[in-house]
Design a protein around this ligand. Sequence first.
Ligand code: AKB
Length: 321
Amino acid sequence: MSTEKILLIGACGQLGTELTEELRKIYGDSNVIASDIRKSDNHVFETGPFEIVNVLDKAQLGAVFAKYKPTQVYHLAALLSATAEQKPKLGWELNMDGLFNVFDAALEYKTAKVYWPSSIAVFGPNTPRDNTPQFCVMDPTTVYGISKLAGERYCEYYFKRYGLDVRSLRYPGLIGYKSAPGGGTTDYAVSIYHDALKTKHHECFLSEKTTLPMLYMPDALKATIGLMDVSADKVLIRSSYNLAGMSFSPEEITASIQKYIPDFNTTYKPDQRQAIADSWPRIIDDSRARTDWGWKPEYDLDKMSQDMLKNLAAQYGVKSI
Ligand code: AKB
């Protein structure tokens, strides 16, 4: 029986849904408390405790910490890049005040470890775009990226000033078949697989040669839980670690899907998200994650495409690819 009590805040999002499922397999359903501002109808949230938590409501947040006294907290609630550009004040408030509220509750209730996701959005147009190093110029141009960069600085500050063991990863675009993405600039890379099975056509909101760093969800879960499991002395970067799995463009993922669905095609209609994508790196250097705590991704583009299409075909009742 695990002695860990793990609280996920923002559990109903794309990453949180799969993290809830994976952590419950490891620590037991009753030891993983999922929470969000409203409950998703995903079956995952029927397998264990769920709490309604608005991370901006300090009293509500404190009551959940007092009830469960979590030993680990995964604070995932945020507005992602495209959504935060539509609601910049809320984006900053949720991403920053929410983080401070979690930090303060974690210190008050002596939470042993806190996880907080950063993003490739912390980089900007003057960042080296290929093999983007762990330490470099970071001039984000989105509310999301600015809040994630500020959040990283506070992660390191709370570790050094208060000893809070907070750990973080700079996620690329995350791709999975079990949960929907939540308003990001990389979301096309999920919907393209659904469209391939539903209509055999995808209209992409980015141009065909827009290369971005991406990561398949099984690798994202491995990196996240792996970072939280290593001993503290191996976590040498307390802002946030660069993390990468693969990089590809819309035309490259289209070609990968065509290996399994030959008559699939993509057309391109760039929108306001193109400017965000153009300010982000193409390829990330995640060598520090590899040397400090043994990170190594398993999936490349074709392996991901095969797994995504196989699992989504079952969901859509389409004969397996
Ligand atoms: C987004 O596109 O906003 C996110 C991210 C890369 O952090 N998926």
